[in-house]
Design a binder for this molecule. Structure first.
Ligand code: 6R9
Length: 659
């Protein structure tokens, strides 16, 4: 990418002070030998046996990696294993049957603990029930459940019988569910009557019913009764009650089906740049090895820990780091059904305190909200059990990073900023918390054994400090096998752009832009489309947002381009302020000054629009494309993917007022 005024600043100026992990952390860390980077580099791909060794295999693999059909790489191709066995049975066999597997916190204040044995029993019963309904190995079972224990139970039941699951986030619409069931030709659905939203009963089953009407195939459906008398429902044809099925199959066990490492464990739909959602396929062996390894090496999870990833299992983060990673390691994983601000904004800290959580993992969007609400909420609880903090999902700028470390981590918890994607399956870029210095604003180096290169348009590596495209030059175990039923699109979306198939040279393109510093630390700037071209200068929206977010009183910011009447591009900034801080002239002025000093006058926004909140997708990502349409006065398409659609009208009114 071209050079741009003041944009390629040195890394220290960007990230501010660095931090070393405290000695007390290093001493107990799962991975603390700095030699691991070299050891992996010298012994690739065999280094990944270290990840595979965290699992129990039915048949040991002889080959680590088969590259013959690149980019359809096959990890541990001649090995066999079962994911549910790895997450359950082997912990029972190791004498840990009464160890807590899941600690569930419900929305109405309910609490339930499942020991490994409880989970084993319920997974087996449901696996037997699914079989009885006709589910066979390789049949895709769609799961459309909120954050209740039956969600991971259903996933593990599927894994036990070798039926890939396709979890659809409970907040998605009937149409979205129908599209996904149709695309996967899925004839089985597990859903529920409804769930509580801010205390009210919300009907989920009617959405599932509508989706079934939209599907050509017959869909056999299991309904979990979550709401009891709060939402009576009747079962129709081809519908079964989850709890009745459990009674019918009480005490039954099912042999875990031995799967080839390359067999599909699950598929997960993610939105693409064009039309149809992409069904990302994950293989059993490579995926499970990579999530277990990164839970161990990056999140430092130990069996005796209470570990909490505050994501939704309906997205990849929850699959990898609420369910498969922690359970494969035999730890206690916390599962929270509610939102951080209901019934009050101290909810998460209350849960950390009473469960004495050791490791906490969340998204920057949540951290910015905590910062906005104020330090008194975490300040009111004993959070001293926390040993490590993590973030994932978006770039995090230094101010919220430091706030998180200070007010949640007590000033000395290491923080890992983990970069990865639905397609990478597990973390690919992060500091190793027992080894590496942390630079707020940078995720860190690529993990040992993962080869990241930041390249320009022609695929040549850019010099440190310059922005470019984030690519991965060698395969890694957690990588997607393909897109469901669409090998061509898999190649077209991720490999075509920077590969040379004739020379059998393959390079994965993530769709993100990033910059690397002299120490090999990578700062992810955003998606490729998050670039604005102003008078020939290409500016990353994330860069400007970070300069805004560094201003005292600012909670978060989103920046988009707007086409002026003359055809030039202008910068529009949407900004929300911290609680108790009025958006005023002084804040606006400080925003301009900080952008000019940290990037240059070229990046000065034409407009700064204050808003109480930014529009977010349900997975918490800022919807810049929508803000771009608002800035450009375009028709707004479907806003149903938004978590807070009402905010859009408020922003439009604000812009009109400003004239
Ligand atoms: C795990 C997950 C993937 C996209 C990815 C990137 C962004 C994730 C990040 C990050 C900067 C981080 N992203 N982690 N950006 N720093 N630490 O979020 O998967 O939902 O598929 O999103 O999220 O843009 O390409 P997914």
């Amino acid at each position: 990418m071209d050079d741009r005024n003041g944009w390629n600043r040195d890394a220290a100026a960007l990230t501010g002070a660095t931090h070393s992990p405290p000695q007390s952390f290093v001493e107990q860390a799962n991975v603390s030998d700095p030699g691991i980077y070299e050891a992996f580099a010298e012994n690739w791909p065999a280094c990944w046996e270290r990840a595979a060794d965290l699992l129990s295999w039915d048949d040991e693999y002889e080959t680590v990696l088969d590259e013959t059909d690149a980019p359809f790489y096959r990890w541990f191709p001649d090995g066999r294993l079962n994911a549910a066995y790895n997450c359950l049975d082997r912990h029972l066999e190791a004498g840990r049957k009464n160890h807590a597997a899941i600690r569930w916190e419900g929305k109405q204040g309910e609490r339930r603990t499942y020991t490994y044995r409880d989970l084993y029993v319920e997974v087996n019963e449901f696996a037997a029930a699914l079989r009885n309904l006709g589910v066979e190995e390789d049949d895709v079972v769609t799961i459309y459940l909120p954050m209740i224990p039956e969600l991971p139970i259903a996933m593990l039941a599927c894994a036990r019988i070798g039926a890939p699951h396709s979890v659809v986030f409970a907040g998605l619409s009937a149409d979205a569910l129908a599209t996904r069931m149709a695309a996967a030709d899925s004839e089985y659905l597990v859903t529920c009557d409804g769930y509580y939203r801010r205390g009210d009963a919300f009907n989920q089953k009617s959405k599932a019913d509508n989706a079934r009407i939209g599907c050509e195939q017959d869909v056999r459906t299991v309904v979990v009764d979550r709401l009891g008398d709060d939402l009576p429902h009747v079962l129709g044809d081809d519908e079964w009650d989850y709890h009745e099925l459990r009674e019918e199959f009480a005490g039954e066990t099912v042999e875990p089906v031995s799967r080839k490492a390359t067999d599909m464990l699950f598929l997960m739909y993610t939105s693409g740049t064009t039309g149809e959602p992409k069904g990302v396929v994950h293989a059993t062996g490579g995926y499970l090895a990579h999530v277990a390894w990164t839970s161990h090496a990056v999140l430092d999870v130990k069996p005796a820990d209470t570990y909490w990833c505050a994501a939704d299992i309906g997205w990849i983060t929850g699959h990898s780091y609420i369910v498969y990673g922690p359970l494969a390691l035999g730890t206690t994983t916390v599962m929270y059904e509610g939102t951080p601000d209901y019934p009050d904004r101290d909810r998460l800290w209350k849960i950390v305190d009473r469960n004495a959580v050791d490791v906490f993992y969340t998204a920057p969007t949540a951290i910015r909200a905590f910062m906005k609400w104020g330090a008194e909420y975490p300040g009111g609880y004993d959070l001293s059990s926390l040993r490590l903090l993590g973030t994932v999902g978006e770039p995090i700028s230094p101010r919220p990073w430091n706030w998180y470390r200070e007010h949640v981590g007590g000033g000395d918890c290491p923080v890992v900023d983990t970069w990865w994607q639905t397609e990478t399956g597990a973390v690919a870029i992060s500091t190793l918390p027992g080894i590496d210095e942390m630079k707020p604003g940078s995720a860190g180096p690529a993990l040992p054994g993962i080869d990241v290169e930041i390249v320009d348009q022609s695929g040549d590596e850019v010099t440190p400090g310059e922005a470019g495209y984030l690519t991965i030059t060698r395969p890694w175990p957690g990588m997607a096998r393909t897109l469901y039923d669409n090998d061509e699109r898999f190649v077209a979306e991720y490999w075509q752009r920077f590969s040379d198939p004739d020379a059998d040279e393959w390079r994965y393109f993530s769709g993100d832009t990033a910059r690397i510093d002299d120490d090999g630390y990578i700062s992810v700037l955003g998606r490729v489309d998050d670039v604005i071209s102003v008078s020939g200068h290409r500016l990353g929206t994330m860069e400007i947002e970070s300069a805004i977010a560094d201003v005292d009183g600012v909670a978060e910011a989103a920046v988009v381009g707007r086409s002026s009447e003359t055809g030039d591009t202008e910068i529009y900034a949407y900004v929300s302020t911290e609680r108790g801080r009025d958006p005023n002239t002084a804040v606006r002025q400080a925003i301009f000054e900080n952008i000019e000093s940290s990037i240059g006058p070229i990046a000065r926004p034409t407009a700064v629009v204050f808003t109480p909140e930014l529009p977010k997708t349900r997975s918490g990502k800022i919807m810049r494309r929508l803000l771009e349409d608002v800035a450009n006065g375009e028709e707004l398409g479907d806003t149903s993917a938004l978590r807070n659609p009402e905010i859009v009208g408020e922003i439009q009114a604000e812009i009109e007022d400003d004239g």
